[in-house]
Design a protein around this ligand. Structure first.
Ligand SMILES: CC(C)(COP(=O)(O)OP(=O)(O)OC[C@H]1O[C@@H](n2cnc3c(N)ncnc32)[C@H](O)[C@@H]1OP(=O)(O)O)[C@@H](O)C(=O)NCCC(=O)NCCS
Length: 281
């Protein structure tokens, strides 16, 4: 087996190999060339630090390594089903950890879907420790379902902001977001919007999101003043009143986030969970 860096392959080759490593994956997440290109751009994947395992001219496994100030991020790791349990996954991980150390970053981060025992065991073996659980959540469109959880007459002010202001709010978050929700990720997403509200009782909150015809994605809520649950409910109620027809996806909310019950009151539910892990060098 030979390990080469991913920048020696075309995106077509990487996409095809990635999909073949995931044919039996716990949550199906196939990609095409455009989605892989976008993924690499938004999450700062460095293909020169990303390994591809080749055996007899065929790609049998790969991983992708994101790079940001003071941290790296391991993602898209996979080995063909026929090549597993022969040390390929461990070799790909070692490559990414060595590259991270060469870059001088003090931490490597990753997420693994809860219940993916082979990967979770591999990451423990490589010295990663669990930090927290992250919820991947969804809310189907519903016009009147939550009419009792918030009375819009409690709204005092509502302002909509563009991406530049949204990034300023996102940058001020006191918590440590998962890689996908860090401000660096969201700065790479075109057309983010932010809604800021103030309630008559003095509560202040905001939600940033990306809207397409069918879906609201990248949903992040901040509570600046007031009860986290009630203010989150009010913010999301406002969002869904303005966008009644779209499906909503909020990914990687920490399971212990005090705002999560506010999402639930607005009809969000968990679809699956990830375990976030970190390795300190
Ligand atoms: C996770 C995955 C990359 C492991 O690749 P692999 O080449 O089979 O792993 P290795 O042979 O290098 O095994 C390294 C260690 O991982 C763990 N491991 C691998 N497969 C395992 C399994 N089926 N059950 C339990 N532990 C397993 C073991 O700790 C193993 O060390 P050991 O053999 O000394 O006990 C592979 O199973 C895969 O591609 N799965 C589908 C995609 C995926 O889950 N990717 C990770 C997303 S976060």
């Amino acid at each position: 087996m030979e390990i080469l860096s991913a920048d020696q392959f075309t995106l077509e080759q990487l996409t095809e190999a990635y999909n073949r490593t995931r044919v039996d994956y716990i949550v199906p997440m196939p990609m095409n060339v455009d989605t892989l290109r976008e993924y690499n751009r938004v999450y700062d994947v460095d293909l020169s630090g990303s390994p591809v395992a080749v055996h007899e001219g065929e790609i049998i496994g790969l991983g992708m390594l994101g790079r940001r100030e003071e941290r790296s991020w391991i993602t898209r790791l996979g080995v063909l089903p026929s090549g597993r349990k022969h040390g390929v996954g461990r070799t790909l991980m070692s490559f990414m950890l060595e590259r991270s150390q060469e870059w001088g970053v003090p931490f490597a981060w990753l997420e693994v879907i809860k219940g993916n025992e082979p990967a979770h065991k591999l990451f423990h073996r490589m010295g990663f420790i669990d930090t927290r659980e992250l919820l991947v959540t969804r809310r189907p469109p519903s016009r009147n379902q939550e009419s009792t959880v918030f009375d819009p007459r409690e709204l005092l002010h509502l302002r909509t902001h563009n991406q530049d202001v949204a990034l300023e709010f996102l940058q001020q978050r006191p918590e440590w977001p998962a890689w996908t929700n860090q401000t660096e990720s969201l700065a790479n997403v075109p057309n983010l919007t932010l809604i800021e509200i103030q309630l008559k009782d003095g509560s202040v909150g905001w939600v940033s999101y990306h809207a397409s015809l069918l879906r609201l994605t990248r949903i992040i809520v901040g509570v600046l003043v007031g009860d986290p649950v009630e203010t989150t409910t009010a913010v999301l109620h406002t969002l869904h009143r303005l966008h009644p027809t779209q499906d909503a996806l909020a990914e990687n909310i920490p399971a212990d986030d005090p705002k999560w019950p506010g999402f639930q009151k607005m009809g969000y539910f968990e679809t699956f969970r990830r375990v976030e892990m970190v390795k300190e060098f």
